[in-house]
Design a protein around this ligand. Structure first.
Ligand SMILES: Nc1c(NC[C@H](O)[C@H](O)[C@H](O)CO)[nH]c(=O)[nH]c1=O
Ligand SMILES: CC(=O)[C@@H](O)COP(=O)(O)O
Length: 158
């Protein structure tokens, strides 16, 4: 279902557990930080809403979305981290660079989760325009950061 037909901030209460004893890593891309900071705020708020302790949430920044994969690996390899949330925003430009970044990040993040056998969440917007990104980071279509955080919570309740 297209995001335009649902809110990224609405979710079912299935598989939602108390995460008060869980530890989360959040990797945030600095590219398009107007958007990624909103994604982080949404993710943080959602984790706290479901019982996560602020002291158990470890944020690390990376330069761009392409570096999210390595940043996620450096957190996922830590035994004490239960789940990793990756937040980024890759906006289509004039060239195919967008395609290469999005493909690399999607596959990379997937592989980190499989390698370390823990939830590593793809909270990366891949819009054509900045407005589409703003709409999905606390705008009319909700917040992808909320979605990424509740996905991590739900996976821990698997
Ligand atoms: N154009 C965007 C980028 N580009 C930078 C890359 O992510 C990477 O940091 C660089 O290629 C060096 O490895 N990153 C985004 O997150 N969003 C963009 O729109
Ligand atoms: C996704 C990108 O890296 C993009 O912003 C780069 O823009 P361009 O393709 O015009 O060089």
């Amino acid at each position: 279902m297209a995001t335009s037909l649902k809110s990224l901030s609405q979710y079912t209460e299935k598989n939602i557990i108390d995460v008060s004893e869980k530890k989360f890593g959040i990797v945030v891309s600095e590219w398009n930080d107007q958007v990624t900071e909103s994604l982080f705020s949404g993710a943080l708020e959602t984790l706290l809403k479901h019982g996560a302790k602020k002291d158990n949430i470890y944020r690390k920044n990376v330069p761009g979305s392409f570096e999210l994969t390595l940043g996620a690996q450096w957190l996922a390899e830590l035994e004490e981290i239960d789940a990793v949330i990756c937040l980024g925003c890759v906006i289509q430009g004039e060239t195919r660079h967008f395609d290469f970044i999005c493909d690399a990040v999607a596959h990379g993040i997937t592989n980190v989760g499989l390698k370390y056998n823990k939830p590593v969440i793809f909270g990366v917007l891949t819009p054509d325009t900045l407005q589409q990104a703003l709409d999905r980071s606390g705008g009319k279509h909700g917040n992808k950061g909320d979605e990424a955080a509740i996905t991590a919570v739900k996976m821990l309740g698997f």
